[in-house]
Design a protein around this ligand. Structure first.
Ligand SMILES: [Zn+2]
Length: 496
């Protein structure tokens, strides 16, 4: 069957193994089970479901259906920078990653964002909280948002304005002091008033990292954005000997009275915190996005463990340095949680008979906990009648790595043994976005023809070539000096 991004009346998935969350978040494997999708919702789960007239019937024998994966921290725009960040730490990443939207034109944002979203969907991700910090101009933001909508992803576009540069060339790097330009703020309010986009899939959030602003200014920004309809707020929160040493974001949020219940603020990383900060995270249950790959690759320190008592969700962060697979994040998080637990026990010359953290904990962080963390727990994150049809189908039958475990323990098969190649199909909002192992074509508003992945790839490579040329003209040493001043970095602590 040809790949199609068209909405259909009804789709019946038959004979699958369905990973079903119970009321207490246990995961049961329902064998030989059908799922009926009508419009954008799951309307029936059961055996022998009769297909409505004209329904598309998909035989899922030998396949495992999982809820779509929820990614709570990702910078989708950065695709053209892939390959530039695998061997650097956070010190270099900030100028070489975060600030590089300086080298992007608005059209580059479109292709980078579309590539990032398609890469996520390919890996089974159906929702991304996009910390969208590449918005040098309003036009950059418009292009990124347009690409998210075109991709078919469900997303909160957490609009963020990066620091920008009045001058950055071969000789100098000068940062603007206007960190939240009026035109950007007006743009956010205007988009929030127009939301949702993409048939309800895409909402407007706010990405904010400027906690050095005065208390009244921050309270004013949050208050007015909430009133303006902004759904979700997100912020980076990482500390180590060099970064973020002089602030305690969770205590700031508490003392500024910014935390609501349930929280509409989600914090990323929460690495390197004091015991008192970790306690405050447990007490408030403010959701945290752990991004084990970037946290490890870039030297953030130990990622938060799955059994820490902190309200943990998972994110990819930078697909420039690592995979976009949330299942890979779940697996890494599980392994690091166990390593931390074992290291603690070893300090007392002891060992756990059985590890405390389980495959189910990792899976739930990738699905239902992530959904609750972005306040969509009643709509996505588990397979339930009445919930949105955001589904991932694994072709367990044709996967050598999943064989002999898919049959006995489907949950473990996915968390520990699956790979992106095993993601046979992805449905978001009742629409196929990947089918028969291949991404479906995307439809752009402005073009009649749909774009296949091969077309998007050509555009990405052309855009990457332009960006690489512009990057050659940026003095990175000067940018490093700006960073050191900005974060008041004690250079004697940097091992070079
Ligand atoms: Zn980040």
């Amino acid at each position: 069957m040809a790949a199609s991004a068209k909405a259909t009346g009804a789709i019946l998935l038959t004979g699958a193994t369905v990973l079903f969350h119970t009321e207490s978040d246990k995961v049961e494997a329902l064998r030989n089970t059908d799922i009926l999708v009508r419009g954008n919702k799951i309307t029936k789960i059961g055996k022998g479901v009769s297909p409505p007239r004209g329904a598309e019937i998909v035989d899922c024998t030998g396949k495992i259906i999982s809820p779509g994966f929820v990614d709570t921290h990702h910078h989708l725009w950065q695709t053209q920078l892939k390959g530039q960040h695998a061997d650097i730490s956070l010190c270099e990443y900030i100028p070489a990653g975060y600030w590089q939207s300086h080298a992007y034109r608005p059209q580059d944002m479109f292709w980078g964002q579309l590539g990032g979203a398609m890469q996520a969907i390919d890996a089974g991700t159906t929702f991304v909280l996009d910390h969208a910090h590449g918005n040098q101009t309003n036009e950059h933001a418009n292009e990124a948002l347009k690409a998210t909508v075109a991709s078919g992803l469900r997303s909160v576009f957490a609009y963020s304005h990066p620091p920008y540069f009045t001058k950055w060339d071969e000789k100098t790097c000068e940062m603007s002091h206007d960190i939240l330009p009026k035109s950007s703020m007006e743009h956010i309010f205007s988009l929030a008033a127009q939301q949702p986009f993409g048939n309800g899939r895409v909402q407007i959030g706010f990405g904010f990292d400027y906690w050095f602003l005065p208390k009244e200014a921050i309270q004013g920004i949050f208050g007015s954005l909430r009133q303006g309809g902004v759904k979700l707020f997100t912020s980076h929160y990482a500390k180590n000997a060099v970064f973020g040493t002089h602030s305690s974001l969770i205590h700031t949020l508490q003392s500024y009275n910014l935390i609501k219940s349930p929280s509409d603020i989600l914090l990323s990383h929460a690495t390197g915190l004091t015991a008192s900060e970790e306690d405050a995270l447990r007490k408030t249950q403010i959701p945290v996005s752990s991004t084990p790959h970037t946290e490890t690759l870039m030297g953030f320190g130990w990622p938060v463990s799955l059994n820490s008592g902190i309200n943990l969700t998972l994110g990819v962060d930078c697909h420039t340095s690592n995979t976009s697979s949330i299942i890979s994040m779940a697996r890494s998080s599980l392994m690091q949680s166990r390593q931390k637990e074992a290291t603690e026990a070893a300090k007392g010359s002891r060992m756990h008979f059985r590890p405390a953290v389980t495959v189910k904990d990792a899976f739930n962080a990738a699905t239902i906990s992530g959904a609750r963390g972005v306040q969509l727990g009643d709509q996505i994150g588990s397979i339930r009648e009445g919930k949105m049809a955001d589904l991932v189908i694994f072709d367990a039958q044709n996967s050598p790595s999943m064989s002999c475990v898919a049959e006995t323990d489907p949950l473990t098969a996915i968390v520990m043994h699956s790979d992106i190649r095993d993601v046979d199909a992805v449905m978001i909002d009742g629409i196929w976005r990947k089918k028969q192992g291949k991404l479906c074509a995307v439809q752009l508003d402005s073009q009649k023809n749909a774009l296949e992945w091969s077309d998007v790839r050509k555009k990405l490579l052309a855009s990457q070539g332009d960006i690489l040329e512009r990057q050659k003209k940026l003095n990175m040493e000067k940018a490093g000096q700006v960073l050191n001043q900005m974060f008041r970095i004690d250079e004697s602590k940097l091992i070079k």
